[in-house]
Design a protein around this ligand. Structure first.
Ligand code: DCM
Length: 131
């Protein structure tokens, strides 16, 4: 699984998407992404998934420090990315929004993020420029 920490053009905000499913994660916000298919690199998988789910083309950069084991077979990683073209739209999510460092911290503290994604919050907050 690869998720994108997608920065806006000013580097002050990242993109969160609100999950529609499954029931236990519905309504929580995540870094958007998905599973790599056989023969696909994680970079290719991330570009394909955000094109399908959000209608944007992204440039993919390096991996964030933390990896999360979701199960015996599934590891969740995150890659920095930036929008090359398009406006993000919620095609498979309930909503999308851009959030700055302060708002991201608050959302995490209040339990609005998908649990696995909370591990990235310190690194995201450190990288985001003050608005
Ligand atoms: N997942 C997650 N954080 C993300 C993306 C996905 O914790 N940013 C988890 C949620 C699901 C699994 O990965 O348990 C599969 O996600 P999906 O249903 O989006 O393929």
């Amino acid at each position: 699984m690869v998720a994108g920490a997608i920065l806006d053009s000013s580097g002050t905000r990242i993109l969160l998407a609100r999950r529609a499913r499954p029931a236990e994660l519905a309504g929580l916000w995540e870094l958007p992404g998905g599973k790599a298919e056989v023969g696909e690199t994680d970079e290719e998988a991330l570009r394909r998934e955000v094109a399908e789910e959000l209608g944007i083309d992204v440039g993919v950069e390096c991996e964030l420090r933390e990896r999360v084991a979701l199960s015996d077979e599934l590891v969740l990683i995150a890659r920095w990315a930036h929008v090359i073209a398009g406006e993000p739209a919620a095609r498979e999510h309930q909503a999308v929004r851009w959030v700055g460092a302060e708002e991201l911290s608050t959302m995490c503290e209040q339990g609005y993020l998908v649990p696995a994604d909370a591990v990235w919050v310190p690194e995201l907050v450190a990288r985001l420029r003050p608005a």
